[in-house]
Design a protein around this ligand. Sequence first.
Ligand SMILES: *Cc1c(COP(=O)(O)O)cnc(C)c1O
Length: 428
Amino acid sequence: MDAFEYRGKTLFCEDVRIDDIISQVGTPAYIYSKNAILAQYHELEIAFQDVDTTICFSVKSNSNLSICKILAEEGSGFDVVSGGELFRAIKAGGDPSRVVFAGVGKMDREIKYALENDIFMFNVESVAELEHINKLAEEADKTPRVALRINPDIDANTHAKTTTGKKENKFGIDLSEAEKIIKQSARYSNVDLCGLHVHLGSPIYTVDPYVRALRKILALIQNCRNEGLDIEYINIGGGYCISYTGEKVIRPKDYASKILPLVKEMQCNLIMEPGRFIIGNSGVLISQVIYTKETIHGKKFVICDAAMNDLIRPALYDAFHRIWPVNASIKMPEVENPDKTMVKKGMELVDIVGPVCESSDTFATYRALPKVKEGDLLAIFSAGAYGFTMSSSYNSRPRACEVLVDGDQFRIIRKRETYEDLVRGEDL
Ligand SMILES: *Cc1c(COP(=O)(O)O)cnc(C)c1O
């Protein structure tokens, strides 16, 4: 199903006109489709059902309580990277016994908090961290499950800033170091070292990097078993791609067809940590055009009321997001056409920018867009993941509201911030 589609000339989310939502909540606004979230979740669940699989939604991709609650109610676990994310997962009704905790810099207070809540597993990223968890576990009289996060030195062909599995990255433990830890596992008697974890980066548009990583880990698992350590869980992280351009991309069943045979060979239970795949195309950011301007050099700008503080991906990762008027007399092409010479009548090449005082506050450059004017609404697509969660109030811009659509109903799931919210906690 396509949750966001034009009916006639106007954009809908499920059975609700975007126009109708915006006339009540204003702009900028994030709008999510509940049924798109469920459809993505179930597609993954079905693709991997051949083995015992736990899906742990990556909270950092979208941590809104109502979004997490939808997934908790489906039985999803959660992948958290901080104490704050664990707090959110629990508050949303998530079961702590289905939470995995990754991150290179877990602090003692976060480890204690996770121990108190009996989370499912820590994904450990260094020897130093393992020592801390072991000691804190002894003090708390607990024996937490632990997976070593392996850095397999594999290039997932993603943007340099979203690659996590190469040897120069800060993440994980390299294979030889992991072998050493495993040989000395008796030292860590207060943890149950029963898993291996890998997360290569994101988004990953082929299954090959997963396969190469799992082959390396398969050998390690055999070594572990030779040392008498039973590895029961393989966690393959996240990174499953979505289409940002309308082009066809590989789907969960394509990943599963290559990954599952290796998991079976490992005789492990599977854990996965999807974020983007579930929520990325389940959300849009709606913005209103404030001004248009053309320089004497012939450059055209569309200045809108959303900015890099609302959606930082273009500025941070050169990420591409499709942008199209909410009410459009020209049909949005099925697939983004990169050929700038193909600009049709009624369209123009523009830079779409926000009001923030930074040149990097640019959503798109030389983008073919139907002619727009002040007051028009623009939809920025594929904004559900790493959109609101990465937003800030830079330039003292109150953060956007978030709205959830379910069928022909919608409701605000996070209020727009106010000026008072901006200064909350500041003492004069
Ligand atoms: C960010 C992250 C994920 C989620 O990545 P997606 O590309 O959103 O699926 C999963 N696991 C870990 C450890 C992460 O840091």
